[in-house]
Design a protein around this ligand. Structure first.
Ligand SMILES: NC(=O)C1=CN([C@@H]2O[C@H](COP(=O)(O)OP(=O)(O)OC[C@H]3O[C@@H](n4cnc5c(N)ncnc54)[C@H](O)[C@@H]3O)[C@@H](O)[C@H]2O)C=CC1
Ligand SMILES: O=C(O)C(=O)CO
Length: 322
């Protein structure tokens, strides 16, 4: 009997894929970095029993209609805003994602980004490397304190809560806004529920960790930035589309907020001439929230395990439903 055919839209390390080659025929797009050509993906979907996709691949009705035999699509991310889940469900295709395995790693990066932005680490590093450091000075590269300040977490899910744990270690006051109250976080971390308006008016650090949905798209807009403290720092580690970048740029230039730490952008990769990148008070990262070697390998393994389970007619570990 022919082995099932699994197409992966990037080149993953052979040491991860190799153990699965016994059960499936695996083909990978020939680049570790470049996204798969859409035409190639559509053609491969027509041959495949399963796909492993990246967050930059659009899994839409067109792709699903080509994938006549596709039973499972494993997305190498916890976010699944690139996938039309309802269309997949209608076609009977199982969708899986990678929750939990990346939670702590992404929380580390989010808190690191908050710290780098508040304490101007990138600017300070550039200053030293450029040979501009001539003297110690009382206000040289002075930033904002983090300890004992108020953090406002929008999207208090797995990662949001892990960030709150880190914030507690820094003796921060924790506000959160979420679809539902988090009793556990309130009891263990002293986190206080707030409406979005209350949170943005009171927080020194506003951290977005909500998924991208029709409801959250553009939620950080002109009106919301105007409500923030002029000393506030905005951190976005979820999806770029949750913030309106034009409004964010205006808010930074007008001094309505102090700084922004961004791991995600409306269009990725962001172009080097994007106005946000011209601002010293912006720290910009190339969507590396979950990018530790250990975690990325765990995400890859989880995708492959989910594919194997579904192809063996078993329940996957981490199925996404609408
Ligand atoms: N920068 C990066 O590399 C990474 C980014 N992410 C992003 O982080 C997101 C969160 O991941 P998890 O914490 O694992 O997901 P999760 O599902 O555990 O948490 C999301 C939380 O957001 C809340 N939420 C949804 N809509 C909301 C709204 N309108 N207002 C307020 N809260 C709302 C939900 O109630 C939930 O508690 C992912 O969807 C993904 O977009 C995740 C991993 C890495
Ligand atoms: O998992 C996700 O949603 C990411 O953005 C990358 O890990």
């Amino acid at each position: 009997m022919n082995k099932p055919y699994v197409y992966i839209t990037r080149t993953l390390p052979e040491e991860i894929v190799e153990p699965f080659r016994e059960t499936f025929t695996v083909k990978m797009w020939g680049s570790k970095e470049q996204p798969v050509d859409r035409e190639v993906l559509l053609e491969e979907a027509g041959k495949a029993d399963a796909l492993i996709t990246m967050l930059s691949d659009q899994v839409d009705e067109e792709l699903l209609s080509k994938g006549e035999n596709v039973k499972v699509i494993a997305n190498l991310a916890v976010g699944f805003d690139n996938i039309d889940i309802k269309a997949a469900e209608k076609k009977g295709v199982t969708i899986t994602n990678t929750p939990d395995v990346l939670t702590e790693t992404t929380a580390d990066l989010t808190f690191g980004l908050l710290m780098a932005t508040a304490r101007r680490l990138m600017e300070a590093n550039e200053y030293v490397q450029n040979g501009d450091w001539k003297n110690w000075a009382p206000l040289l590269m002075a930033g904002h304190d983090i300890h004992h300040k108020t953090i406002g977490i929008v999207g208090m899910g797995r990662i949001g809560e892990a960030v709150a744990h880190r914030a507690k270690g820094f003796h921060m006051n924790i506000l959160y806004h979420n679809r539902s109250r988090k009793q556990d976080a309130e009891e263990k971390l002293g986190a206080v529920y707030a409406s979005l308006d209350e949170l943005v008016t009171q927080a020194d650090f506003v951290v977005c960790l909500a998924p991208l949905t029709p409801e959250t798209k553009g939620m950080f807009n002109k009106e919301i930035f105007k409500k923030m403290k002029s000393s506030a720092i905005f951190v976005n580690a979820s999806r770029g589309d949750n913030a309106n970048e034009e409004d964010l740029y205006e808010a930074l230039v007008e001094g309505e907020i102090a700084a922004a730490g961004l791991d995600v952008f409306e269009n990725e990769p962001i172009s080097e001439d994007h106005p946000l990148l011209s601002l010293q008070q912006v720290v910009a990262l190339p969507h590396i929230g979950s990018a530790s070697v250990e975690t990325r390998k765990a995400m890859m393994n989880l995708c492959l395990e989910n594919v194997q389970l579904v192809l063996n007619e078993k329940e996957p570990k981490t199925k996404v439903t609408s």
